[in-house]
Each structure stands twice: as C-alpha cells, then as structure tokens.
Design a protein around this ligand. Structure first.
Ligand code: ATP
Length: 464
C-alpha cells in the first residue's frame, strides 16, 4: 500500500473541478443548497432523487461489506440524542474543540490552526491578519457539539447534544449486543447515521458540512490481537474503495504521526482521496485501545468487559474503528466518475460510476413516441424494474435522452425501435464504450444482472 506524507496543496492529477461536480449535481438534481428559497443555510445541502439513490447505494455497499459478506458484525441504529453523560465519558464535552479566531473587523471566523489556508472577507482576498485593517482576537477553544434542550424546561439539567459521531452509540450498547446478539470477540458493531458538528469553516460542497452521515464500525478484539486487526481493517477498507472503482492512483493511506494522534488512539491511518482541493481524508481507521469501554464503565458503573468461559479469562476488549463519511465518499465517487469528452464534434458529460453505485442501472427508451414503441418500451421497463433499478423516458430526442442518462451515470440504455415489433430485439447501449448491440428481449434482464455483478474498472484508467 502506498503511504505518503499529507500535502493538502498537491496538484490534482486531472482537471475535474469541484465546480464541475457542483453544477452537474444541481443541473441533474443530485444535490443542491438547502433552504434555497430563503437564500440557503450555511453549508447544508439537500439530496434530490438521483442523489438519494446514489448515496443509498454507497451506504448499501458499505452494509454489504460489513454484514452481507461476513458474519462477525451486527447492525445497530442508536438514537441521535444520547444521555449527556455519554459525552462526558467520551471526552467530547471537554475536548471536542477547535481553536477559533474571530476578526473584529470583517466579522469572519477562522480555525487558528488553518490560518495559512484561509482567506478573509476582504477583496481581493487576503489571508487573515495580512493587512493592518485586520483585527484578530486571541485563539479560544470552541466546542463543536450542537447543544439543544430536552423537555419544556430550559435549564442546564435538560441540555442534550446532537451526536458528533455515531461511535459512542455503539460503545454504550456493547453490553446489549454481547448479551442479545450472543457475540464474542472478535466481533463488530456497525452503524450508519447522521452526525452533527458545528464546524468553524465548513466548506467544499458536501466535503465538510455541519450535518452529515457517517458509516462507522467498532470491532472488538482481544488486547493482544489489536495490532493485527488494525492492519487487517486498513487493507479491507482500502479494498472497498478499489472494488467500487476509485482509481488506485487517487487513493493513498496516510499514517498519523504520533503528535497528531487523538488522546485515545495508539495508531490511526487515514485513507485519503485526491479531491480537486488536494489530498484529503476520506476515512479514518483507528486503534482506539480500551479507552472507550473503560470510560463508559467508569461513568456508568456498568462493567463493560468480556468473560471468556472457556479460558476463564476476563478482559476489556480493544477496539479497531474504520470511520467513513457517506457524503464524503459520495463526493469522491462523483469526482472520480466525472468525465467530459467530445463525441462526433459534440461535448458529452458522463458520470463513469461503478454500475453498482449508479442511481439508475438501465434506461428504457422508445426511439420515437409512435407506432406502438412507447407501449412496448413501457412493458419492457416494467419487466426490467423487478430485477434492477430502471427508468422509462420518452420525452425529447433520443440523443438528448442518452445525454441525460450519461450525466446521471446510467450504465445501460435499451432502445425500442421499429424492428422490435418484428423480432423482439432491442439495441443495448453501453455508457462507457458507446457500443450499441442488438439483443433479444428474452434474457435481457439476466444479461444486465450479470453485467452488474461483474468486476468493474474505471474506463478513465484506460484513457490514461
Ligand atoms: P476531518 O479531519 O476532515 O475534520 P475527522 O478526522 O474529524 O475529519 P472523523 O471524526 O474521523 O473525522 O470522522 C470519520 C469520517 O466522517 C471522516 O473521515 C469523514 O469522512 C466524515 N466526516 C467527519 N466530519 C465531517 C464533516 N464535517 N462533513 C462531512 N463528513 C465528515
């Protein structure tokens, strides 16, 4: 596995910009600014139809890797609001902070550890503190947890927090899972759900937002096996992105140096992707030791340990945590898939998504809206949609409809034309090669499902 030091300013290897992806997402209704009619709300985004389907596919693939293809992990969906003691025990109340600097002149806020890469409110843009007019405060610690109040009485006793990570909901359920799912180490608990962080500088579209979805798994192991499992999960998680078609030269593993490790961690590595903004974290994999279970034992008074009846051994399991972001992964898949090319003198924008991630797998199109073609196409669509996500589209010229499907990343297009009525065949168009072949309707669903299940490589690799 390739490992390199972080360099946020590294030049991207291709010319896809974040703006390209943002405008495609808006144009095709994947993702857009939230509360748009009110002028938007800072860094919150809404997912439209294709965005929902794409992100669901990302999450489904994660579940497939966690529980579909193995049997040592169980699923959990814990509440977003948890007992406030959870965050005392985890250290979030005390330490989940970023250093914050305000500018009294332009009223903007900056992360003190990120001033070099920030620009202030002035035009042309300057770095905070660069001009005499800047009036910066000293840095102070700012807690990133969103606080709200439970119940009708608004006092300190009723303060609760929107969870800043899904992991703690897993630790506080350790005993339940041990008992009810009858598991013993090594085993994992996996959870997907919303987390909230009052980030000082949310930016770069859905890369860093204040409300986002995480996909986290805590894997509980015997203490002397922790290192081995840490290495194992590094490999597994890297493989997940590889298999879903992310170009290998756009992925790397970055081990954290000791001074960057969280207080609970003995080793952490980030899987980074070469976003248009440079190499940035996609997923963190941490060896959390026994920190969390010990803390929750101490604060709750419940024993959170494992007793091995066979060996008579009692121990607090150590935890290996792969923590990924569903939105950030979705952005990486979109960036990696985005392509623009010229075909027969016309510009074509295409999302070369892995077919398993594509929001729609097959579009069924009547060549023209007459001679019984719409009826036949609609019937075929209804047949295909039982097996895989399909879409029927009869509006506009066939070229326009293909272009629309290319932009949402649909890997296959099926066109019903005049010949279909004679011999029950259709043309099958491939999104990437643009090859069109004549195939019988009989067996088409099987053929598409077989293609969907086949290994896949990004065609961008072939193009060099
Ligand atoms: P960063 O350094 O980017 O703030 P982190 O190291 O704090 O991230 P973790 O706490 O390890 O992040 O969370 C695991 C994953 O959750 C991250 O790798 C990322 O994919 C996702 N994530 C974290 N914060 C955000 C956010 N504000 N917006 C979108 N995704 C996020």
């Amino acid at each position: 596995m390739e490992t390199e030091a972080a360099d946020q300013r590294a030049e991207p290897a291709d010319d896809v910009t974040l703006d390209d992806v943002v405008s495609l997402c808006k144009r095709r209704g994947f993702i857009f600014q939230s509360s748009e009619i009110y002028g938007g709300l800072g860094s919150t985004y809404d997912y439209g139809h294709y965005g929902v389907l794409l992100k669901n596919n990302v999450k489904d693939e994660w579940w497939r890797a966690m529980i579909g293809e193995r049997d040592d992990i169980v699923a959990l969906d814990s509440a977003i609001l948890q007992h406030p003691r959870t965050w005392e025990a985890s250290g979030h109340l005390e330490g989940f902070t970023d250093p914050l600097i305000d500018c009294r002149a332009c009223k903007m806020r900056f992360r003190a550890d990120n001033l070099e890469d920030s620009s202030c409110g002035r035009k042309p843009s300057k770095r905070p503190g660069d001009t005499d007019a800047c009036d910066l405060t000293d840095a102070r610690q700012f807690n990133l947890m969103f606080e709200t109040h439970m119940g009708a009485v608004r006092d300190d006793a009723s303060a609760v927090y929107l969870r800043p990570e899904t992991a703690q909901g897993i630790f506080v359920n350790f005993k339940n899972v041990l008992q009810f799912a009858r598991r013993k180490p090594p085993f994992g608990i996996a959870q997907v759900g919303k987390s909230f962080r009052n980030e000082i500088t949310p930016q770069n579209f859905i890369f860093r937002t204040r409300e986002f979805e995480q996909m986290e798994m805590e894997f509980f192991v015997a203490p002397d096996e922790a290192e081995r499992w840490f290495d194992y999960w590094l490999g597994e998680r890297r493989r997940w992105y590889d298999e879903l078609g992310i170009r290998p030269d756009h992925l790397r593993l970055r081990p954290h140096p000791t001074d960057e490790l969280s207080h609970y961690s003995t080793a952490t590595s980030d899987i980074e992707y070469l976003f248009p903004i440079g190499w940035s974290e996609l997923e963190g994999i941490a060896n959390r030791g026994d920190f969390d279970l010990r803390q929750h034992s101490e604060f709750s008074g419940e024993k959170l340990e494992y007793f091995d009846q066979q060996s008579g051994e009692r121990y607090v399991p150590h935890v290996i945590e792969p923590a990924a972001g569903a939105d950030r992964a979705t952005l990486a898949f979109l960036v990696d898939a985005y392509d623009a090319e010229e075909v027969e003198g016309r510009q074509r924008t295409v999302l070369r998504l892995h077919p398993r991630l594509a929001p729609v797998k097959v579009a069924v199109l009547p060549l023209v809206s007459k001679e019984g073609m719409p009826e036949r196409a609609r019937a075929l669509y209804e047949q295909l949609r039982r097996r895989l996500r399909a879409e029927y589209d009869e509006g506009g010229s066939i070229g326009k409809r293909y272009r629309r499907q290319d932009e949402i990343g649909t890997p296959w297009g099926v066109t019903v034309d005049g010949q279909t009525a004679d011999d029950d065949t259709v043309t099958l168009r491939d999104r990437d090669s643009l090859e069109q072949v004549r195939v019988p309707i009989d067996g088409l669903a099987d053929e598409l499902v077989a293609r969907l299940e086949a290994p896949w490589r990004s065609p961008k690799l072939e193009a060099g």
